[in-house]
Design a protein around this ligand. Structure first.
Ligand SMILES: [Zn+2]
Length: 443
């Protein structure tokens, strides 16, 4: 249990509000800043000071409550791709599949049996908070879940997911319903809503283009699955293969890609050609990409959220992590949902990305730093929130993860955070509010 060890100076801060100073053997604040016996001072929902504990307390010139942690304080983790409402489908994510098609068959059967999506999403949010995550890209399939993040006081964006629409469906009712849902997400919750066209293969070309235009028109962020499976690649390039056959058998043979024998280019180039990519969008997965695709993502300012454990469960190939890093793409990290991943602990995916990058031959010494950035500033960039989250700095939201990592040097502590994996969060602070403390974590 983390302990509140005492009052260092007064009781109040600015205008009488209490200041809380979180301190730990290390503060890894982001932007490469590592502080031995560091501290983060919090007033209300914002960080007001970061530095060595003594200096922070001296600088406050007033009494503050001091919360002493073991391990390292780091910026709250950002999970850049999840579907909270599928949390109750966890039995699916504990298996290993031979292909995307095999998993999607199992998913569809289980999906039809489910009912209480709201409770499932709330259970997911709980698990997310317990993993040190403070912001999330949540893809929402049932409208009652659009405000789960907002109601649960977790930062991020709830992306309304749209799929399985022909151009005619979109014209007759799809567009109207999408606009109504966005209009109804009013008030404070509306600020955290985005749009998620599901994937290049599950929407007709015109619908994909219109959805992207609609998001831009309304100033919304968007998020889409792209380049996740080899079958998707074949579908988009040539309108052929097992995924194309499946969508034809479901009655979607009038999709332009299926009618015209594909786009002749892969999913990333296709998405670019219909206006999906851009600085307002981030994609999930990005596995089946070549150098031109990665360049297109960089050129359009599109962040890619890598989900290595979900990819492994589905029997997919590994994303070209080393290439993304070498070529300078902005990457983020996501867990995907429990229907395709063993947990919602994004640090487990960070550890996996570390191992994949090394296996793929990435030998640079900056790997720990790059992956630390991916799960903090990368996720913040993916959702257009870099001015508010991603680093611990005065004026930013007081979103803090406490991680079990305390080594003699800053670089070893950083390495321990990145390689820590599942279950290493000791505590979570969101907007200054202590949301999770691991039981029996003595100093
Ligand atoms: Zn997904």
């Amino acid at each position: 249990m983390a302990l509140v060890t005492g009052c260092a100076a007064a009781v109040t801060g600015v205008r009488g509000a209490p200041i809380t100073v979180h301190t730990a053997p290390w503060v890894l604040a982001g932007d490469g800043l590592a502080i031995r016996r560091g501290a983060v001072a919090v007033l209300g929902e914002l960080v007001v000071a970061v530095g060595p504990l003594r200096e922070v307390l001296r600088g406050l010139g007033t009494r503050a409550e001091v919360v002493e942690w073991r391990g390292a304080l780091i910026p709250g983790l950002v999970n850049a791709h999840a579907h909270l409402q599928y949390t109750d489908m966890a039995a699916l994510g504990r298996r290993i599949y031979g292909s995307f098609e095999e998993w999607s068959t199992a998913f569809a059967a289980d999906f039809r049996r489910r009912g209480d999506w709201r409770a499932s999403a709330e259970r997911g949010l709980d698990a997310v908070i317990r993993s040190g995550t403070t912001a999330l890209s949540d893809v929402v399939t049932h409208v009652e879940n659009l405000d789960v993040l907002w109601a649960g006081r977790v930062h991020g964006i709830a992306y309304w997911e749209v799929m399985s629409l022909r151009a005619a469906d979109w014209q007759s009712h799809g567009r109207k319903r999408t606009v109504e849902i966005l209009d109804n997400a009013s008030g404070a919750a509306a600020r955290a809503v985005g749009l998620s066209p599901h994937a290049p293969y599950s929407l007709d070309t015109q619908v994909l283009a219109d959805l992207s235009a609609l998001a831009r028109e309304r100033g919304l962020r968007s998020h889409i699955h792209v380049a996740e499976s080899a079958a998707e690649h074949e579908y988009v390039v040539a309108g052929a293969g097992p995924l194309a056959d499946r969508w034809r058998s479901w009655g979607y043979d009038e999709f332009a890609l299926l009618r015209q024998g594909g786009a002749g280019v892969g999913p990333v180039a296709y998405a670019a050609s219909v206006g999906v990519l851009g600085p307002h969008t981030h994609i999930a997965h990005g596995i089946y990409v070549n150098a031109d695709d990665r360049a297109a993502l960089r050129d359009t300012g599109t962040v890619v959220a890598l989900c290595p454990r979900s990819n492994a469960v589905l029997g997919l190939d590994e994303a070209p992590v080393a290439d993304y890093l070498r070529e300078g793409n902005i990457i983020a990290v996501g867990t995907d949902s429990l229907s395709s991943s063993p947990s919602l602990d994004v640090l487990a995916d960070v550890g996996e990305l570390y191992r994949i990058a090394r296996r793929q031959g990435y030998r640079e010494r900056d790997l720990h730093r790059r992956l630390f950035d991916a799960v903090t500033t990368g996720g913040a960039a993916a959702m257009g929130m870099a001015d508010r989250i991603g680093t611990l700095a005065p004026g930013k939201l007081a979103d803090i993860a406490v991680v079990e990592a305390d080594m003699p040097t800053a670089s070893d502590t950083l390495a321990a955070v990145v390689e820590a994996g599942e279950g290493s969060a000791l505590g979570t602070v969101i907007a200054g509010e202590l949301r999770y403390v691991r039981e029996q974590a003595p100093l």
